[in-house]
Design a protein around this ligand. Structure first.
Ligand SMILES: *Cc1c(COP(=O)(O)O)cnc(C)c1O
Length: 460
């Protein structure tokens, strides 16, 4: 299996190379050259298998010869061993024809654990074979950083540095990053905002001498291996609801378009998905694009669903690539247009997108109202991100059964949840001592050179 760039100018890579590289050298994103498909019988035979066995069958065709079957099975087993639910991704019914897929039973209580735990084990297996060591640096507004630290802590061939905005992540998120005691974990509270953290990270990657010196690697949401890991739960949930003999639709709370793009891949592989519904908060660039065909940048307005507060949606480029018949030069031109704030999607490409995707948005007030209404109606306490999905799903339910992805545990966002429905969501028992654990993080100035020296010193 070969991977090609959405902008058509970067070298083709293997799965392992694409995973270790992240972004393509032409600025594009890696996608598989062809999408493997499963027959009706093959999909039907997934029914009743464990999450791990389904994961192996779905992901194996994409990884090629990178790992032997036994190695890959071992990697998957380790990745999901620390989840707090035997089903890994269980479902509950919340309405007629409406199910909630709970993706928050991983070690940091958000769906990012599904991809990050797997990628941690994949990196470890690949690096211990080559004898190489890498330094992962990430910027986070909360969920990605905690998931990365939890996935890479204690691994032999990796150091992990996470930059987060000092004082601007929730207490739960900060403690998830600052309480692991493993010596390869470095939580850095930057005196600045999320954009400063992201900017510093970008500048580090642009500094070739620094990048080579510390063997810099990235595990952000454009990494293909992360998308791949997320394809699995579309299959496990759809099959549990009767696929391939019954169609299923999904609604996905969306920011960077990674999670919903995984659903699109599942559909391409043959899973009978009817609609993929994009649900955004007030930072609604994707909903506006689907409504108007104009992809226009606006400033980010902070919301009670902070993990969806984005200005541009990186993984959307992968969907555009297909919508434009996989013509990398068109994508390259569109992204050049975006530098001045906007590009227009052609009518033909919009038509292609509309065959798969619908969209909707929820305001702050609608989000809170949905948390309250669903608590009253079903007893289910939704996190703000999941509530946005549920609200938009309700507007899009037709005859086909709808699955809404619940992307985080309500206890990760206790203030917004309590404000909305009066319930203080408790942390699961396995992490109820989070607030008693000792914290360890460094407060650092928003200064690129200072950050680079600190990283070099810690590695020495
Ligand atoms: C990251 C995140 C999202 C958005 O996911 P994308 O793949 O970026 O679309 C939604 N909800 C939560 C809780 C998240 O952490």
């Amino acid at each position: 299996m070969k991977y090609i760039s959405t902008r058509g100018q970067a070298p083709e890579l293997s799965f392992e190379e694409a995973m270790l590289t992240g972004l393509a050298s032409d600025g594009g994103l890696y996608v598989p050259e062809t999408i493997p498909t499963l027959t009706h019988e093959e999909i039907a035979s997934l029914n009743g298998l464990s999450y791990e066995d389904i994961a192996f069958k779905i992901m194996k065709p994409f990884i090629g010869e990178a790992f032997t079957d036994d190695e890959f099975k071992g990697i998957i087993k380790k990745a999901y061993a620390n989840f707090g639910h035997i089903a890994r991704a269980p479902m509950v019914q919340i309405g007629d024809n409406h199910f909630l897929l709970e993706l928050f039973h991983g070690p940091t209580l958000a769906f990012k654990d599904f991809a990050m735990q797997l990628i941690g084990q994949l990196f470890q297996a690949s690096l211990s074979r080559s004898g190489k060591r890498v330094t992962i640096v990430g910027a986070t507004s909360g969920d990605t950083g905690s998931a990365a630290i939890e996935a890479f802590k204690g691994l032999n061939n990796v150091d992990v540095f996470i930059l987060f905005p000092h004082g601007r992540v929730s207490d739960v998120q900060r403690r998830q990053m600052s309480t692991p005691s493993e010596s390869n974990v470095h939580a850095l509270a930057v005196q600045g905002d999320f954009d400063d953290c992201q900017g510093a990270l970008k500048d580090m990657f642009a500094d070739i001498e620094f990048r080579d010196h510390v063997k810099l690697a990235a595990v952000n949401s454009i990494n293909w291996a992360r998308v791949l890991a997320q394809v699995v739960y579309y299959f496990s949930s759809a099959v549990a609801l009767g696929a391939p003999n019954r169609k299923v639709s999904f609604t996905v709370p969306t920011g960077n378009f990674g999670d919903i793009f995984a659903g699109y891949i599942a559909k391409k592989m043959g899973l009978p998905i009817d609609r993929l519904v994009i649900a955004t908060n007030q930072n609604d660039i994707l909903h506006r694009t689907m409504a108007t065909g104009a992809y226009t940048k606006q400033g980010v307005v902070p919301s009670i669903s902070p993990s969806m507060d984005i200005q541009i949606s990186s993984n959307f480029e992968r969907a555009l690539f297909d919508a434009y018949g996989r013509d990398g030069s068109v994508i390259s031109d569109l992204m050049a247009d975006l530098k001045s704030g906007e590009f227009k999607v052609s009518d033909e490409a919009m038509q292609a997108l509309n065959t798969h995707f619908s969209s909707g948005r929820a305001s702050e007030e609608e989000t809170s109202q949905t948390i309250a209404a669903y608590y009253e109606k079903t007893g289910e306490v939704l996190c703000p991100h999941s509530a946005i999905g549920v609200k938009v799903a309700d507007e899009n339910i037709q005859e086909t059964v709808m699955v809404t992805l619940a992307t985080a545990h309500p206890a990760k966002f206790p203030a917004a949840v309590q404000e909305a429905c009066g319930i203080h969501p408790d942390l699961p028992a396995r992490m109820s001592d989070l607030f008693d654990r000792e914290e360890r993080f460094s407060v650092v100035a928003n200064d690129l050179e200072g950050l680079k020296s600190l990283i070099k010193e810690r590695l020495a």
